[in-house]
Write a new protein. Sequence first.
Length: 389
Amino acid sequence: MRSQIAEFLKNSEQDLFRLLRELVLQSSYSRDKAGVDVVGEIISRELSTLPMDLKRYESSEYGNNLLFRSPACCPGTKPILLVGHMDTVFPPDSHFNWFKEENGKVFGPGVIDMKGGLVVAIFALKALYKMGLLPSLPITLLCNSDEEIGSPSSRQLIADEGARSLLAMVFECGGLGGEIVTGRKGKTGYSLSVQGKAGHAAFAGKDKASAILELARKTIAMEQLNDPGRQLVVNVGVVAGGLGPNTIAENASAQIDTRFLTAADARHCHAALNSITNECTTPETHAELTVTSRRDPMEQSAANKMLYTAIYKEAQQLGLPLREELRSGVSDANIIAGVKTPVIDGLGPIGDLDHSDREYMLRDSLLERTLLTACSIITLWENHSAQPS
């Protein structure tokens, strides 16, 4: 079966790169609904020859989210969930609007983040269909429109589908050493606002009610929460406040990013930030902390490790390098982990420098990761089916 899938994909190589080129050259900035919807139509067309039911989740502000289901998806059966996002970070007027193959690399906006991953998922399904397996495999493919901005319109859909799935596979890019992702840090963003009392700087004493002074003290205290040992990161990244140098600042604010490995670390960090917020040492000042964004950690759970082991064994059979990775950045895999469903990420093609105009994919990895995905789906379903009910 592996050799038959490999032969099918090798014979389909031109089609894989045709689709990749078409997707990459279609601009799909997260806030450009029209562009993202065109990507959705390209994907729908590409899958129209397969027996997959399509449901569109319409959005007025963002691109429509798409959910494809194989015939074996029926009540009482938990499917394998495949997830890929259609949006990129590049606006329509970006100068990075070209596609190029050179010296074993492929360049273009979103080529690995994650239009290459979409191609992997689509052609893995095509390979399973060619082998006559797709009708009997319960598989859902979720293509969402807004991952790069925190998945505001797709978050609940991802969580709902994740909760009803057996396991999930997410197609962000693979690492240069062949890594796939078994864990990701969580992330919470905060907005801190400080209020003081305005006055003329010429008449200010050491007890002036300066919001900027209190924000500075809080900034130092919050930065001291960084803990390399537990890989807890706190970063005060944006500060603002005041009207002019001769005015005591009545208002000041900061934007804060935190990263953590576990839910326990997230709770610890949140409590510490609240404590710092509530303890104002500058007279006549007070502060408020607001959560602006949140993604739970994708912990390196035992269930995730079991998925990795099965995929690793499949990679060995195929002669492909594979390693596991704990990745600091977040993705939609964090949402799936939050509903306690086993999930592996980083199954897309291998590359680097995403979110820049130097983004590239290693050309050979597109077929390799498609082969690995198709064979791993078969193995994971067979392993599940072999377990006693």
